[in-house]
Every structure is written in C-alpha cells, then in structure tokens.
Design a protein. Structure first.
Length: 107
C-alpha cells in the first residue's frame, strides 16, 4: 500500500501520572520527514504545547525519544508508545483509540 501524500500520524507517545498528562505525536510528512506535535497538561490546569519543524525522521524521532525518557524519569513513569506500520489519518487514529478503550473497559 502506498503512503498518502497528506501528513499522517506515525507514532504516539504518552506519559500519564497524577502529576502530568503528556501526549506527543510524530506526524509523518512523507517517507523520510517527520515533525512532532504535543501537549502537556498539569493538575493545576496549566497546559503547554510543543512542536518541531519537519525534519529527518530518524533525527526527530531520536529527539522525541530522548525527551520522553527524560520526562518519564523525572516523573518516575512509564512511556506508552504506539507505532503504526504506515501513516494513518486523524479519523482512523481516533477509531483505533476508541476501539482500544473498549477492550480495556473505558468505553
């Protein structure tokens, strides 16, 4: 199957504790270029967002993994990581997320 010319979700990183709710998404722009979009929410309601410009997929991914490892170590948390074999659109991702929540009892 050929990848779409539209950006799509390549990987998702989540770190969630009672102190932090971190979500980072690697958005693929094509086979070799990716960017990161994310947000962090804290218990006091503060919310930060972050993003990177599109760049070499391997380099952007390595930076994202390093960031997640640092955040997880600081909060003594695990990283939940989802990687997709191809770029998927937002609607398809939401469907995957809803289906996974049904299997673990959230929906």
């Amino acid at each position: 199957m050929q990848e779409s010319k539209e950006p799509g979700i390549r990987e998702v990183f989540v770190i969630k504790t009672n102190q932090i709710d971190f979500l980072g998404v690697m958005v693929g722009h094509d086979r070799d270029r990716s960017a990161v979009q994310g947000r962090v929410t804290f218990p006091d309601g503060a919310r930060w967002s972050f993003q990177s410009p599109p760049g070499d997929h391997a380099g952007v991914r390595n930076q994202m993994i390093s960031l997640c490892r640092e955040v997880a170590a600081w909060y003594r948390a695990d990283i939940v990581h989802l990687a997709f074999p191809r770029l998927i659109g937002y609607e398809e991702f939401i469907g995957v997320l809803r289906e996974s929540q049904r299997h673990i009892g959230y929906a």
